[in-house]
Ligand binder design. Structure first.
Ligand SMILES: Nc1ncnc2c1ncn2[C@@H]1O[C@H](COP(=O)(O)OP(=O)(O)OP(=O)(O)O)[C@@H](O)[C@H]1O
Length: 609
């Protein structure tokens, strides 16, 4: 978990534990209803904020937060940037009741005040100064309606909260209107004639143990102890003067009912369902969740190695990084996709693919090598082979460039190597493909950097520890264009050293033909054979560049004025002239001199074919 996440977690813990619930469930409903009645974005935000602050009941600090934020927004509402006019902000304010004032009044407990307990106590569902409150449904005593002029007497009930025995204060009254027996608070406002009275209208059934807001339903336990709320039960209650001061303070903030929110918070307020995806906090060891839906689904279905014991000492950030960036999720490569290289393919099949598929048969002397080396000129299909091996073995393909370990992960390269092998072990069968392995396993020299030396040592240690057990199915594939720079330790470990040469004429033709399958072209077999003949010394990557260049021919022949509007079908097919033109531009990237070096090294250290 990073520092920011830890701080956030601590803040949330503090927030949840130390706040004492000021309002009981019913009160929270009423307050939320008053917000809801304003029915604009502001009230929605306040509503969301209320819910966020404490999804069971509102608490003192949450209300302060709301009012403070509201005040800020009122100020902002006068600015040009406001999305709602100041009038609508102000009307929203008028529709909202200050929870402190509203609920302190009608749920006031004289006994609590006198005993100098904090006034918040008696706003709780169970006040310590009185016997436990009856169930919520019994909290209100029904009496006759006093001000429901538009409603029949049967439809309206005037309810009053229970008071503590001995309280000298008059009972305050709350009106609840029931329409068609559906009950949910719709409106809550102060009675003009009698400020001690509050009218509440319900239009939806309400359960006593669950609160439904923003599409979520949460069980509300009313058995929360004071300790749960981080409240010191022995703390002396403030005097009634304190209460008045608090009321006054709350009054001041009553004018401020609108608050400024970031775009994200506004979105959450208007579309609470977005919470699930927007800003959802991710646990430190959680897998990377791509914003792309498809990949989310994939992540959900794939097994997570996060809880694996073997990853206990690995930095979770590195695990995430490896899983998101180093595991190759590309399309699987088949043997047919690789042109030529018959010998290399058959050796690989026999030496590593079959053993990885059938570890039970390939034991003892038949045990596969832990690592193989693919060397040869650039762009000859070494990476393709690595991917193909992984696909054929149904293995996870980890692809990393050794030079990135020494540059990108500078300072962390050593840890990265350790993490890479650890994660690979949890994803077995696995193929770890290390491109440019020469930059990691170069011959030792005095000029060698300390960090590079440490990465190299770690790599060799991990390499030796990989696939020791009978059950282990881990293969390391190293690729290099400079095999002569590998040190002896590396050569010894990468037992199978396979030369991946430039493609021969047939392979070049096959590469061309594979690439042209995707295009409309007029090339005959004969044309392709001719191009293949003319491309002696081209690598597979050069052939790809040549085909791309030729494919631009038809586009270049379209008049500039039509390039934006021309119908796709009207673009002419690629022809042999395009290839002739491309051959002038694309030259082979590998020199004869370099080729000779590979052959020499192959004769000395390679498989000899
Ligand atoms: N034998 C081949 N068959 C088919 N395509 C090939 C072949 N060799 C190279 N290519 C083409 O060249 C591209 C580059 O190949 P690849 O990345 O496997 O080469 P490489 O040997 O790993 O190169 P480098 O040494 O530069 O990393 C491939 O995407 C593929 O299109």
């Amino acid at each position: 978990m990073n520092k920011k996440q830890t701080n956030m977690q601590q803040f949330n813990d503090r927030h949840n534990k130390s706040y004492f619930s000021l309002l009981n469930e019913s009160s929270a409903h009423q307050y939320k209803a008053s917000l809801k009645s304003a029915s604009n974005i502001t009230s929605n935000i306040l509503l969301e904020e209320s819910w966020r602050a404490n999804n069971k009941v509102l608490n003192e600090n949450a209300i302060d937060d709301i009012l403070g934020a509201a005040k800020q927004l009122v100020n902002n509402s006068n600015s040009k940037n406001s999305t709602e006019s100041p009038t609508s902000w102000k009307s929203a304010i008028c529709n909202l009741s200050d929870p402190l004032i509203v609920f302190q009044k009608y749920l006031h407990c004289q006994k609590c005040s006198e005993s100098k307990r904090r006034n918040v106590d008696f706003l709780k569902t169970t006040c310590k100064c009185e016997p436990p409150s009856p169930p919520l449904s019994n909290v209100y005593n029904v009496s006759s309606s006093q001000d429901s002029s538009q409603e029949s007497k049967e439809d309206t009930e005037v309810c009053k909260p229970q008071s503590c025995p001995g309280s000298k204060r008059p009972l305050n009254k709350v009106h609840i209107s029931k329409k068609n027996s559906s009950i949910t608070i719709d409106k809550y406002h102060q009675n003009k004639d009698n400020p001690q009275e509050y009218n509440i209208q319900y239009d939806k059934p309400r359960t006593s143990t669950s609160m439904e807001y923003f599409g979520k339903e949460k069980e509300c336990s009313r058995s929360n102890s004071y300790q749960e709320y981080g409240m010191d039960v022995d703390k002396p209650k403030p005097s009634s003067r304190d209460i008045e001061e608090e009321e006054e303070k709350a009054h001041k903030s009553q004018v401020a009912k609108i608050m400024f929110k970031s775009a994200k918070e506004q979105l959450l307020a208007t579309n609470p369902a977005a919470r699930r995806t927007l800003g959802a906090s991710r646990k430190a060891q959680a897998k990377f969740i791509s914003p792309m839906l498809g990949s989310v689904e994939k992540q959900e279905t794939s097994s997570s190695p996060v809880s694996d014991e073997r990853l206990k000492h690995i930095d979770p950030k590195m695990i995430e990084l490896i899983e998101s960036e180093i595991i190759d999720q590309g399309a699987p490569v088949a043997w047919e996709d690789i042109a030529g290289l018959q010998l290399a393919k058959s050796v690989i099949q026999e030496a590593v693919v079959w053993p990885l598929l059938r570890p039970d048969i390939f034991t003892g002397l038949r045990r596969p090598p832990r690592g193989i080396l693919l060397f040869g000129p650039p762009g000859t299909g070494k990476t393709l082979i690595g991917k193909c091996v992984a696909a054929q073995c149904r293995a996870t393909f980890f692809s990393i460039s050794a030079s990135s370990l020494t540059s990108k992960w500078i300072g962390d390269g050593e840890k990265m190597v350790r993490a890479l092998f650890a994660v690979a072990r949890t994803h077995q069968p696995a193929v770890i493909f290390i491109d440019e392995i020469d930059s990691l396993l170069t011959q030792r020299s005095d000029a060698e950097h300390e960090a590079t030396r440490r990465i190299k040592t770690e790599f060799l240690v991990q390499f030796d520890g990989a696939a020791i057990g009978d059950e282990d199915r881990l293969l390391i594939v190293g690729a290099t264009n400079r095999p002569q720079e590998l040190d002896e330790a590396a050569r010894r470990r990468l037992v199978k050293r396979l030369y991946i040469p430039l493609p021969d004429i047939d392979a070049r033709k096959q590469i061309m033909s594979n690439l042209l399958k995707e295009e409309t072209h007029e090339l005959t077999e004969r044309d392709m054979a001719e191009v293949a003949r003319l491309t002696d010394g081209y690598s597979g990557a050069d052939m790809k560049s040549l085909c791309s260049e030729a494919a631009m021919g038809p586009i270049r022949s379209v008049p500039l004025s039509q390039i934006v509007t021309i119908d796709r079908d009207k673009v002419r097919p690629v022809n042999v002239q395009d290839f002739n033109a491309a051959l002038q531009r694309i030259r082979p990237s590998v020199s004869q001199d370099d080729l000779w070096q590979y052959v020499k090294w192959n004769n000395t250290y390679g498989q000899g074919f």
